[in-house]
Design a protein around this ligand. Sequence first.
Ligand code: B12
Length: 496
Amino acid sequence: MNVLLIYPEFPDTFWSFKHALRFIRKKASLPPLGLLTVASMLPPDWPKRLVDLNVTALTDADLAWADCVLVSAMAVQRESAEQIISRCRKAGVRIVAGGPLFTAQPELFPDVDHLVLNEAELTLPPFLEDLAAGRAKHVYTTPEYADMRASPAPMWQLLDLGSYATMSVQYTRGCPYDCEFCNVTTLLGHRPRSKSAEQIIGELDSLYDLGWHQNVFFVDDNLIGNKKRLRAELLPALIEWRRRKPGMAFNTEASINLADDADLMRELVEAGFDAVFVGIETTNEDALAECNKKLNQGRDMVADVRRMQRAGLQVQGGFIVGFDADTPSTLHRVMDFIQAAGIVTAMVGLLQALPGTRLYDRLKKAGRLVDRNSGDNVDGTTNIIPASDGGSVRDGYKDGMRMLYSPKTYYRRVRTFLREYRLPRFEVPWDVRLFFRQSWAFVMSALKLGIAGRERIEYWKLLVWTVFRRPRSFGLAVTFAIYGYHFRRTCEAHLV
Ligand code: B12
């Protein structure tokens, strides 16, 4: 059975990093980890190929080669996924689909032959068994959650590693909290389930052996969901591992209470983490209560962010506006917070209700949903019909985002961050390819942003400031300049 694994294209959005990737001559920011994991669960003797549409085109020859196509997607990739499905139908290839988009809304995909939903560790084996016996069904689903210790290492060999900016691994799934808008707990449950430290070290080893010595994203919903296990098992193993295999820098996602634990922050940095995405959501206490984000209530979150930055962790923040409890001033307060805390990468989204969430069910019952949502919470659209005041937050959203990423505001924020940040001292072995890529990115940024760009004054001001005040952070300053260009392009061109 020739199996073609296809990953649909991401639209040009905040998280696509498309405009930034050109500077480092990469095509995609992250690999399709779900498909690579599923590939490892298929019979070893089936020939397998991967087509990630973010990296390469899908050709008719690819489809002619395939006996079976496996598609994975999240909601934001829906349009591209629909096109793939229709091409497969025309080519007469059997289609199997799974991942968050299909798990949340299987009824939208009657043309898919087999919807293998939830976690493949549980639903793929019965499907494969039925397929072999010639009685494969249309839908495979389960109310159970998988044991991560039985989850195989992703099949990295299918990737063209050089096309990606970052690799990813997954230590845990699930999150102990219960925020009303989040899809994670519906898909993956409240009890964090983890792989063993040996599994993660094995995955990192195989990436290292394939020549990957750069960034790795731990795509956990909340890495610190089970702190005890993290500190007892994974972190000591990572600290020991990087003594032998230096170079890789890690980033991840965690809840704000990370800032309460100085030892944990120190150990994370020692283990190689230098950045963390935190769901801060809003500074409006009423909105935090509305969405049940209890953890963030009653805190001084600027102080929290600073503690993490001083410990050596860059904080990237997720923010949401458009809650019923929001008022016209909410957006400005959130933006003031972002500036004060020096959160360079701040994803400020309009509240959307994703199918499968408690928010979706509540608003559906109240008759407050419109038909379709884009799945991209940073494009200025929403499927929620506003309560009376919410409308005014939305009216200001577009201008607010443009302001947040305007050169003056953005570069000032970068300086605020660099002032606070204690850059960890990682040993990075000399790598000629990395050196050329970084040099190329610097030259390109100097030409595109420093000479041709409308941010030219801010760009040079930042670099000169960094050379004198934070010389070790020079590379980071160039990276931020490039990110800023991407965010600005996205805000200007794609906010609808
Ligand atoms: C990494 C990640 C990203 C990366 C994507 C990188 C990439 N190339 O895929 C980035 C940072 C770009 C991203 C962005 C966004 N993301 Co995201 N992301 C994740 C995250 C944290 C991990 C995904 C992952 O790699 N998981 C590990 C693999 C092993 O799991 P998996 O893909 O789910 O695969 C398993 C099953 O789903 C299944 N499976 C998957 N594919 C297939 C295919 C077949 C054929 C079969 C049989 C089975 C199967 O088997 C696998 C093993 O069990 C998830 C949360 C999560 N825990 O999954 C959110 C998640 C997928 N993201 C989500 C969202 C909403 C977004 C954003 C809109 C912003 C946001 N609020 O986070 C943007 C949209 C992108 C854009 N605007 O361009 C939602 C998706 C909801 C939905 N219904 O689609 C999730 C679930 C998080 C959430 N808060 O709800 N994201």
